[in-house]
Design a protein around this ligand. Structure first.
Ligand SMILES: *Cc1c(COP(=O)(O)O)cnc(C)c1O
Length: 491
């Protein structure tokens, strides 16, 4: 019979930091392919794993979004889905869990993270505003441009120091935040903090940093300011706080999540990550009026306040998944998988970004393929070669793919800045792969890297003629439409 949330937390002497706290009931078969076929396939699909038909990717670490394996408890709950349009009964358990999870009084479901962001940015960000963040995720950045506001990334200095062994490299630079408020505070109406910092090697944010950001906002704000928490993987960030910030070792990750939330005014979450579901999200708020301002916008974009674009069964699965995703034994296992993969890489001399945090493993491609210049996509090239070697899907986050546009002059491609690191993101889908899979990923990357200067540099293709230019307000999504090609063929 179904094990309860409380039972899942019972004390144990089974080492759930070394073995998973679950077992497998359903398996998914994969399409066998050969090296030659994979070489053909990736050439046909613009040299990019995200553009391949997914069936040809054996181990897919391109993203951890919506790729979670659901539990027996979640599948069981889905049968209870009430598909009534208004006031579906299935909203009750989710609403209850969301209040428990966020500690906030007002909650609304939305179909995924970005639809929640859309209504928040539409309501609280004005034309000409500056929107500081520890590093905007792609979609919040895109929402800034859409509102004709300027996204400003102020990541802490430790992130840019490859040698630093600081545990919280995802932090915001609070000195720079304070300066921004002092110099241009009248232009700041929303501060966005993403936990952990997805686009900065998945690095976590400390509780102290959140507390400091809160007090800077309170002390220096010149108009109403929203502290908005982008909480897609907040439970995984909570695990890092539990393990590495003093004073939190004895607390449950649920309590840590709640404390993190307590410093914010609003939180939006893509539950496709830490919610352990395949679709879903929510917005949580402390203030009734702010909640009421969002209501009509939610109805226009996602649907009525009790379903937010989700089926009743999705609401049920999310209510269960959120609690599984913040369970300490589960999080210990997620971190263990990251460590297993990180060690499999290091054992083979593959350079990774330190520390490897609960979300995934980031490969430092500039060290793996030193013959490729930062302008020529070392990570792009290594991802393609690793797919050819072992059928694995990875996401390139190098200067070629993810160099940042100048947020004051975003249309000017000449002003695109190099990325601080030439990274590959290996995002770990939750409860999907075994240690043997991760060992094969490391082996595939190792074989790719071993080709050395036979792996080709990449250049951007000229897209001028093949599609209409992106509008300024869509420019934050440029990376999805650029195409690249190798200077010579892959081995
Ligand atoms: C995925 C993600 C989002 C957007 O959520 P979707 O569910 O994909 O719309 C926002 N912020 C972060 C940090 C994310 O990783």
């Amino acid at each position: 019979m179904k094990i309860s949330d409380e039972e899942m937390m019972s004390p144990t002497d089974i080492p759930f930091d070394k073995v998973p706290p679950y077992r497998v009931k359903v398996v998914e078969y994969v399409m066998p392919t050969t090296r030659n076929e994979r070489k053909q396939l990736i050439r046909q699909h613009t040299w990019s794993a995200p553009n391949l038909p997914a069936e040809y990717i054996y181990i897919n670490l391109c993203t951890d979004s919506g790729t979670n394996a659901m539990s027996d408890r979640q599948w069981g709950a889905m049968w209870l889905g009430d598909e009534s349009y208004f006031n579906s009964k299935s909203w009750d358990p989710l609403q209850h869990v969301l209040k428990q999870y966020t500690g906030m009084e007002f909650v609304m479901p939305c179909h995924q993270g970005r639809s929640g962001e859309a209504i928040i940015y539409e309501t609280f960000v004005k034309k000409g505003d500056l929107v500081p963040s520890n590093c905007h995720f792609t979609t919040t950045r895109a929402h800034c441009y859409f509102q004709e506001a300027e996204p400003i990334d102020i990541t802490c200095s430790e992130y840019f120091d490859e040698e630093s062994d600081f545990w919280f490299k995802g932090n915001m630079d609070t000195g720079k935040l304070k300066k921004l408020f002092i110099e241009q505070g009248e232009r700041v109406g929303l501060v966005e903090v993403v936990v952990p910092n997805n686009l900065c090697a998945g690095q976590p944010v400390s509780m102290k940093n959140l507390r400091d950001i809160r007090s800077i906002i309170d002390k220096y704000k010149r108009r109403d300011v929203i502290f908005s928490l982008d909480a897609a993987r907040i439970s995984e960030n909570a695990w890092m706080i539990k393990k590495h910030e003093s004073g939190y070792g004895h607390k449950s990750c649920l309590d840590i999540v709640k404390e993190m939330m307590s410093y914010a005014d609003i939180s939006h979450m893509s539950a496709k990550k830490g919610g352990l579901v395949n679709i879903g999200g929510f917005v949580a708020l402390k203030d009734r009026f702010q909640y009421q301002r969002l209501q009509p916008k939610l109805i226009r974009i996602d649907g009525f306040m009790t379903y937010g674009g989700l089926a009743g069964r999705d609401l049920e699965a999310l209510a269960v998944g959120l609690m599984e995703g913040v369970n300490d034994y589960y999080l210990a296992d997620k971190q263990r998988q990251c460590d297993v993969f990180a060690q499999a890489c290091e054992k083979r001399g593959i350079s990774i970004f330190h520390p490897a945090c609960t979300l995934g493993v980031w490969i430092m491609a500039e060290h793996c393929l030193p013959h490729i210049d930062k302008h020529n996509g070392p990570a792009t090239a290594l991802c393609v070669q690793a797919y050819i070697e072992g059928g694995i899907g990875l996401t390139s986050m190098d200067s070629l793919h993810r160099g940042r546009e100048d947020s004051r002059d975003p249309m000017n491609l000449d002003k695109i800045q190099l990325a601080p690191y030439e990274l590959i993101r290996c995002a770990l889908p939750r409860r999907v792969y075994t240690d043997a899979h991760y060992d094969w990923c490391a082996e595939s990357i190792y074989r790719a890297m071993s080709w050395g200067d036979k792996v080709p540099p990449y250049v951007r293709q000229n897209m001028n003629l093949s599609r209409p230019a992106l509008e300024k307000r869509d420019i934050g999504l440029r990376a999805f439409f650029d195409e690249y090609e190798p200077l010579f063929d892959h081995p």
